[in-house]
Design a protein around this ligand. Structure first.
Ligand SMILES: [Zn+2]
Length: 289
């Protein structure tokens, strides 16, 4: 894959630094882009129990915000909304949809959550989008990405497929971490002092599916505008539930308990700064022009 020009605006990329993979920046639109590769050889490196305690409350609260906005944008009450979630992971979004009377099918390349999907009666198709995705006549009412869009290598090819799979007034929802957020900035700051682990973690370079791009609000809108999508709204989502930070940090197998405790304390001290800075996660709602 070509890493010399920006996948959003086409201008040249400049290398910023090299961790396990190189990170480039577009001098025109400020997209951060990596030459990382998806590694098929190993599975997710997350302790599922710690992960569940830490993340579930936070994710469900964010999903509630997204559902409310989706219902506001899709006002037609006549039919049940039908959607697709690309990269549905554990299936929590699918469960949220079901409890809100929304019909959503998940597409997921990994099988690690298959028993959970089956036990909970969730509709999941295993494989990569768009190859395995079921076609819906007239297109889907919505397609959503929850912490997945930043992992996709060919974003332009992806958005072309999304246009074809959405109905004329279908909504594209992208929920993703931001390069302008507090945690990304803090990791970049630490990197300048020679501490690379947080930045490596932000890019997930030690995981089998690393981040390919880090967006800000402007270049995310620019990418979708290029593919003829209008941005309807952008909402801030919550990054941290301060009561479960420790479990979240421990969910990464490489972190020992003492180090996790130290990081938890520092984050609690920084809480006022985090709450008032630029959000770490945003969710975008787009519609075809
Ligand atoms: Zn650019």
């Amino acid at each position: 894959m070509d890493h010399s020009s920006c996948p959003v605006c086409g201008k040249p990329l400049t290398q910023l630094y090299k961790l396990r993979f190189s990170v480039f920046r577009c001098n025109s639109c400020a997209l951060l882009h990596s030459d990382a590769e998806f590694e098929h050889s190993f599975e997710s490196d997350l302790e599922s129990t710690s992960r569940d305690i830490g993340l579930k409350k936070l994710r469900l609260a964010n999903f509630d915000i997204i559902i409310k906005e989706l219902q506001k944008l899709k006002t037609s009450k006549n039919t049940r909304l039908q959607g697709l979630e690309i990269g549905c992971g554990n299936g929590w979004w699918l469960e949220t949809c079901r409890s809100n009377d929304i019909d959503c099918t998940g597409i997921e390349p990994e099988h690690i959550y298959e028993h959970y999907h089956q036990a909970n009666g969730l509709k999941v198709i295993y494989g990569f989008y768009p190859e395995v995705s079921p076609k819906k006549e007239g297109g889907y009412d919505f397609i959503i990405f929850n912490d997945v869009f930043e992992h996709i290598p060919d974003i332009n090819g992806l958005v072309d497929s999304l246009r074809k799979d959405l109905s004329d007034d279908g909504i594209l929802i992208i929920n993703l971490p931001m390069s302008t957020g507090f945690f990304y900035r803090m990791a970049t700051f630490q990197h300048k002092f020679g501490f690379n682990s947080n930045l490596t973690r932000m890019w997930q370079f030690n995981f089998h599916s690393p981040h390919m791009n880090y967006f800000n609000e402007q270049n995310m809108k620019l990418l979708l505008d290029k593919h003829s999508f209008d941005c309807l709204s952008v909402l801030k989502l919550n990054t941290l539930d301060f009561s479960s930070i420790n479990e979240r940090i421990l969910a990464d197998k490489g972190v020992n308990k003492a180090k996790a405790a130290l990081m938890t304390t520092s984050l609690l001290l920084l809480k006022p700064v985090i709450l008032y800075s630029e959000p770490d996660i945003k969710v975008f709602f787009f519609r075809k022009k």
